[in-house]
Design a binder for this molecule. Sequence first.
Ligand SMILES: [Fe+2]
Length: 242
Amino acid sequence: MPKGGSVVARMDRVVNDFARRCRYFHEPLTRGRARVFALQHRLNTRQRNSVLKLKVATNCPDWDTRIGILRACAQEVIADDEHGGGRPHWQILEELGVRIGLRRSELRNAAPLPSTALCWAAWDGLMANRHWLEGIVANTCAERVNVPGYGTGLLRRRGWFGLERERWGRLFGLAGDELEFFGLHEEADIEHSELGWRAVERFARKLHMEEAVVAACERNLQVWEHYLDGIGAAGDALDQHR
Ligand SMILES: [Fe+2]
């Protein structure tokens, strides 16, 4: 990767590389992949927003940034009054899971895949005992892909969840509010990821951490790629057994 440009521009290039290479975005969505996504991502959202991101908040000395992290986590795990009609995001995803044919008990009793569990351990290392500025990059770099402008085609025009909204709609015949899990994120994730990008803009140079935050962005997105590849593989196995 070229070294030039502002630190935020360099992080944007790292996100762009991730958007272009991650197979999950480019391979077709199948019923199995969608089911595994609902099962795993409900768990992942809960783990990240009730455990991992809070460790970053704990380490963050800038009060406004710390409260911003807590507010974003509260929307994800407790209640989103702004975009989610007072429901947490994992519950909205649970409703989507039911809509594509999963039983609620299946969703509630789901266990993390080995790949998901491995990612949680990796993120723990990248978020809990790290400088908070690397941590906030970890908190927000994947939500950044939901902001339009990265990758190519529909991903670039609408962001990752814009792409998911489109292909889930086509595969399951869902529309409008039935896909609100993806719709709400187009807005929420612009705000959530801005929190990270703005903190980097304000603090990276002052703290001499420009190289560290770009490296954190790369490493965290490698973990995200492993997480999504794991969902893809488990989804494909499910498709073969149906
Ligand atoms: Fe969310």
